[in-house]
Design a protein around this ligand. Sequence first.
Ligand SMILES: *[C@@H]1O[C@H](CO)[C@@H](O)[C@H](O)[C@H]1NC(C)=O
Ligand SMILES: *[C@@H]1O[C@H](CO)[C@@H](O)[C@H](O)[C@H]1NC(C)=O
Ligand SMILES: *[C@@H]1O[C@H](CO)[C@@H](O)[C@H](O)[C@H]1NC(C)=O
Length: 977
Amino acid sequence: MFFKMLIKTVLTALALWPVVLSPVPVRSLSPSLNDDVLGLIVFKADLQDAKQKLASWNEDDDNPCDWVGVKCNPRSKRVTELLLDGFSLSGRIGRGLLQLQFLRKLSLANNNLTGSISPSLARLESLRIIDLTGNSLSGSVPDDFFGQCGSLRAISLARNQFSGKIPGSLGSCSSLAAINLSSNQFSGSLPAEIWTMSGLRSLDLSGNLLQGEIPKGGFEALSNLRVINLSRNQLSGELPDGIGSCLLLRSIDLSENLLSGYLPETMQKLSLCSYLNLSKNSFAGEVPQWIGEMRSLETLDFSLNMFSGQVPDSIGNLNSLKVLNFSTNRLTGTLPESMGNSAGLLALDFSQNSMTGDLPGWIFRSSMQQVSLADNRLSGDAKVPISTVTVNSLQNIQALDLSGNDFSGEIPNGIGALSSLQHLNLSRNSLFGRIPSSMGQLKILNVLDLSHNRLNGSIPVEIGGAYALKELWLESNFLEGNIPTSIEKCTLVTCLILSQNTLTGPIPVTLAKLTDLQDVDLSLNRLSGTLPKQLANLPHLLSFNISHNNLQGELPAGGFFNTISPTAVSGNPSLCGSAVNRSCPAVLPKPIVLNPNSSSDSTSGELPANVGHRRIILSISALIAIGAAAFIVVGVIAITVLNLRVRSSTSRSAAAIALSGGDEFSQSPTTDANSGKLVMFSGEPDFSTGAHALLNKDCELGRGGFGAVYRTVLQDGRPVAIKKLIVSSLVKSQHDFEREVKKLGKVKHPNLVALEGYYWTPSLQLLIYEYVCGGSLYKHLHEGSGENYLSWNERFNIILGTAKSLAHLHQSNIIHCNIKSSNVLIDSSGEAKVGDFGLVRLLPMLDRYVLSSKIQSALGYMAPEFACRTVKITEKCDVYGFGVLVLEVVAGKRPVEYMEDDVVVLCDMVRTALEEGKVEECVDGRLQGKLPAEEAVPVMKLGLICTSQVPSHRPDMGEVVNILEMIRCPSEGQELG
Ligand SMILES: *[C@@H]1O[C@H](CO)[C@@H](O)[C@H](O)[C@H]1NC(C)=O
Ligand SMILES: *[C@@H]1O[C@H](CO)[C@@H](O)[C@H](O)[C@H]1NC(C)=O
Ligand SMILES: *[C@@H]1O[C@H](CO)[C@@H](O)[C@H](O)[C@H]1NC(C)=O
């Protein structure tokens, strides 16, 4: 109990003590107290022990020797080692440690300790080893940290965030043998004292911000130095001669500095040195002849310097050499033959020099694992050395990079025997011939780069055998034939670059199975066919270039393809989709159709529930019933011309028309007699002569969303068609009505049914049209007798005429909005005349639900955007309806045919047939064999394009007319995809 209280007191005291804790006052508190327990408990109090690793450290113990991480001298029971490496401790290194009088080894490596280092730590008399590697300690190391360093042998502060200068007091630590300050932010120049530390065996100051030169006499005193690593600093100047005095040096790493000048000759005395790395400096001169004296060298790295001249033959004396890297220098001459002696060589890199001559055979004679001779001026037939070596000696090679030389000849089939090969780069040479099928035997090949050669033939099917492939680069060769579907076996491929060849055929669907694909470049080939839709499912795609091929059809939708760059798909004239800004026939809409098998609201999937459109959701059977009822109720409608004041547009004449009969519009002749107003645009007072017209059921020509049409005869015997509008309740005012009708009256076109006049009363509106005798297109198509059907020429003319009329309407800013075969009339000479145009303008507003209900009879012609409240209704609605009409005319089928329990949507049917290559089978059976397929097929494709789901993908009617005219005389126009 007392002990606990004491600890509390001490902890409090420690917290308040502003200066270094001296052991004396604590001891004086209680002579019986174990200093070590106290020190450790105080030390623990400064830490956060997230993983409870120090749970065994109990303040009630009077013996800490069994605590985790603590070691004691067995006799004195005093703590000698504290080994808390990787205990996930955080917090600060507190003063409690200073209590551990007999501590020899302190390892707190690989924790998350923060704060600065205690200035007194090195003063602990017994401390030999301090290892604080891998924490987050920061601040500078105090100048006199090593001032009284007692018996310190090794210190590591590596991988912390210490900064400031390396303290010069280091020099007074005569017992210090190993200093590791690597991977901090120490800056400034090296303290001069460091070069006096004759006991130093290992010095690692790598990965700091140290600057300045190594002094002339540097190294001379360090006769015990075995390992030096000054890599990754900013040291400059020359390497002093003194380095040759460090005869015990085994490892020298001076890489990544700014050192320059020639290598001191004294280095040849370093015969124990096995590791010499001078990479990434500015050393110059020739590779010295004496290098052959450094007999123990296993790794020699002179890469990224400015060494020039020839490599001396003496290099062949380095019998232990395993890794030789001379890359990126200015070396010339041939690869020394003497190196054939280095039987243990594993890796050889001469890339980026100016070496000349042949590929020496010894490269394949040793235990060699990695060879890079890239970007030199080596030449000759690469086949010779590869094919002359024995299979056994090839078993080890893992990486072979001969790229960027002048090698010629064929790739030998024997390459398949390099069974350890993981990386093969033969790119940018002048290799020719075929890619050997033996490539497929390279089971662990990751990277194959044969790009920029003159290889021909096809990509071998056997490539699928190289199933570890991650990158396949074959661009810029003369490869032909198909992309082999066997590529699907290379499931790890991320990078597939086949551009600039003459590959043909389709892009295999199997490509979509390579789910790791990131970069695909198939550009500048002659690939054809459509793009597999499944490609859109590739999850990791970063680039996909198929530009400049003959691909056609629809770009895949979704995934990467939603944002594909237009340049990646350009140069494929028959490709369609938004990325190429060309509408697709294949992106087909579902027309708004009513489901015949269900009734009421449950079928409203295509239209939002809304009072205004309730009627459209009726079942088909209900529609039929309603239609029949209306027919009976209407009965006979008579129009009597009562009034002679018929006005022309110049108001010269007017007539009042009254109705008699049993329909809902029937009026008393007298009430309306004076308010009625008749206007004939022609100005001729034909109608004014008191003629008595009877609009009765027998004269009814047809009826549509806007009303029934009757035939009647003017007094001069000329027949006219009179449309009785049933939108009266919607027409806003007489003024609006007259303005719109007059506008429609001005629209004249040979393919439009002329509007000749109108009659207006508040409750009854009539439109007077030119009478077209031949009946509607609908009748000709669907109700004609077997013998009497429209010929192909007639049909084509009707399509063209209809297109022209719509183009004309659109030019006049009028949307027809109700295009369908029953609104296209045929005159006596077989010419199409489109009627019923522009009537939506008579509605007070273009409410699409009113509209939908008005034209509900136009089932199947309705553009999909009608179903969408936010999309503006534009001319493109007409293009859609026209597209459906085109298909109807060619196929001789209704846009939507209701079978017993199936709905057949014409454009779906034609599209499917097109995809299956059987589009000809869609042509009206009566025309089979009697029409030019070269006209019918493109016309159907045009119809499909016009029925694109997205309005902007549909052409405008002017374009449609042009296309149709081109189809008519294909020799003069472009072919339609
Ligand atoms: C180390 O400690 C710092 C500050 O306490 C904390 O932000 C960081 O996440 C810790 N790192 C690890 C690896 O525990
Ligand atoms: C210095 O410490 C780092 C980090 O722990 C280690 O990787 C390196 O090998 C050490 N240097 C020497 C010369 O032992
Ligand atoms: C020298 O230090 C650097 C950076 O700390 C390290 O990457 C390198 O491996 C070290 N060299 C040797 C030979 O250990």
